[in-house]
Design a protein around this ligand. Structure first.
Ligand SMILES: [Mg+2]
Length: 407
């Protein structure tokens, strides 16, 4: 048996966690720079406001309906997500973090009554972290996704698909709501008279494979309860890590650009250490000018380390010196990014044979960075951070007009 745990209206739930006064009010969360709607509370869903709707189109409507509008804060959501995942992993066999707010997992052998077991998990996450989740249990990933969709509509927040009730569930599911079936495929299926998941499983597998490739066939088998997609417990190590930002203001001075890029590299470095990696090189880019008037373009540069680096201090140093090199005064900088690359496993690195001192120094810096990560893991991401970022006016921060104090 496997299951899917999905946080309800995740970004909205995160906002409500820190601002309990939003609990009984309709809420939307906007993407970066207040572009479009990326999370809606149930009340907003009921108003028919779709996901992805550009904010400027519905600004008036939201005001009229008394909807609270929040600027998204991905850093906070990631932090809460990590807490949910860490807690969830205590109760699971294998577990695959599928997205920021969803994880597939296998039920441990000790879980005799699956529904009762996942109800317990749900209550624990709600009580300890305060994030409401829905959990669907079934024989396959595709079915557990369906079960979760149904669990969301149920007050209990949990649902199981078994041999006994599978057919009814399939008949009640439109093909466009099946996991892995996109809008185009759904339209194609409709043209062949296939409107719900029940219709789809009844079709000849040979025909399904011919029309919709092996991927379609796998979906059909999964809907029949035959697992084709195992839980990917170990996510593949990334080949590179990029953190780039469009800044909230046009940055002019070397100091401001430098700080904005340090902010980027600190975030990238944290991900690097989480993956137990060290970087052999760093690329940085700066974008300047406006698209609509005047000169615009990119400046880039690459740095290579003598031996792979992992600590904040070494990576910040590299980015700072490269910004000093490529910065040109008189240009307005609008965006910048850092890419860490050429990775090696930090746990199995060669010590440098001819420079004991350098190795010793580096290992101290890395231990310090890892300790800081751990402290931030307990006390929130901003408990310890490089002193250079302790400035009041963070000009690089994206525009977040809908900050709590403005509501
Ligand atoms: Mg969700």
């Amino acid at each position: 048996m496997l299951a899917l745990c999905d946080c309800n209206n995740f970004f909205v739930s995160c906002e409500r966690l820190y601002r309990p006064e939003l609990r009984c009010r309709p809420v939307v969360v906007l993407s970066s720079n207040d572009g479009c709607v990326v999370s809606r509370s149930d009340e907003v869903k009921a108003m028919g406001i779709p996901m992805g709707q550009p904010y400027f189109q519905i600004q008036g409507l939201l005001r009229k309906k008394g909807v609270v509008v929040c600027s998204g804060s991905l850093v906070m959501y990631k932090e809460i997500s990590e807490k949910v995942m860490r807690l969830l992993s205590r109760f699971t066999g294998e577990m695959e973090e599928y997205s920021i707010d969803e994880a597939f997992f296998s039920l441990p052998a000790a879980a005799k009554d699956p529904l009762e077991y996942v109800s317990g998990i749900r209550a624990t996450i709600e009580r300890w972290i305060g994030i409401p989740v829905s959990i669907g249990v079934a024989a396959t990933k595709t079915l557990s996704k369906l079960a979760t969709d149904m669990a969301k509509k149920d007050a209990s927040g949990v649902r199981q698909i078994t041999g006994g009730n599978a057919r009814d569930m399939l008949d009640a599911t439109e093909v466009r709501d099946i996991w892995g079936i996109g809008r185009k495929t759904a339209e194609q299926l409709n043209r062949h008279g296939i409107f719900n998941a029940g219709h789809f499983v009844d079709r000849d597998p040979v025909w399904v494979k011919k029309r919709f490739t092996v991927r379609g066939l796998m979906t059909q088998l999964e809907l029949k309860g035959q697992p084709c997609m195992p839980i990917a417990a170990e996510t593949a190590a990334p080949k590179s890590i990029q953190v780039s930002r469009t800044w909230g203001n046009v940055l002019e001075s070397l100091g401001d650009v430098s700080l904005a890029m340090i902010d980027n590299v600190v975030k990238a470095a944290r991900q690097l250490r989480q993956n137990h990696l060290a970087a052999g090189g760093v690329s940085v880019f700066l974008r300047y000018g406006y698209r609509h008037h005047g000169e615009c373009g990119y400046i880039t540069t690459d740095i290579y380390f003598d031996s792979p680096a992992q600590s904040d201090s070494e990576l910040i140093g590299a980015v700072k010196s490269s910004i000093d090199k490529i910065y040109r005064p008189g240009l307005g900088y609008t965006q910048g990014g850092v890419t860490l690359r050429d990775f090696s496993d930090a746990r199995f690195r060669q010590r440098e044979l001819f420079s004991e001192d350098a190795s010793e120094r580096r290992s101290k810096l890395e231990r310090f960075s890892r300790a800081a990560d751990e402290i931030n893991g307990y006390f929130g991401r901003r408990a310890i951070f490089p002193a250079s970022l302790a400035v009041k006016d963070k000009k690089w921060r994206p525009n977040r007009k809908r900050l709590p104090e403005n509501i």
